[in-house]
Design a protein around this ligand. Structure first.
Ligand code: FES
Length: 106
């Protein structure tokens, strides 16, 4: 039995500057697409602590700090690295597909 894999195309790599993120709404999801030195990572855009939008957060290395209450997450793993956040951030398997788009696989 094969696993069902849904791929959602989000953006072109050039739309996200290195060290930055953009918000993309697609497939009923609100996502943050991060470019960490040419490596793309996708998480939920909503902070797990409140109304913060992580695509507008401050990125240092592979950590994003929410600009609401300064909680922070590891962008690669979603793990909380700074309170007041307690709940990890959802991350998505991210690929640059053969058509050259940043996509996630569900
Ligand atoms: S809403 Fe993000 S740290 Fe509170």
């Amino acid at each position: 039995m094969s696993e069902v894999c849904q791929r959602i195309t989000l953006c072109k790599p050039a739309e996200v500057e290195a060290g930055k993120a953009i918000r993309v709404e697609k497939g009923g999801l609100a996502l943050a697409v991060f470019n960490l030195d040419g490596e793309f990572h996708v998480t939920d855009d909503a902070c797990t602590h409140g109304p913060g939008s992580l695509s507008e957060g401050c990125i240092t290395g592979d950590v994003v700090e929410c600009d609401f209450h300064n909680g922070a997450f590891n962008i690669r793993t979603g793990e909380v690295v700074q309170p007041p956040c307690m709940i990890p951030l959802k991350t998505y398997r991210t690929v640059v597909d053969s058509d050259g788009f940043v996509s996630i696989e569900l």
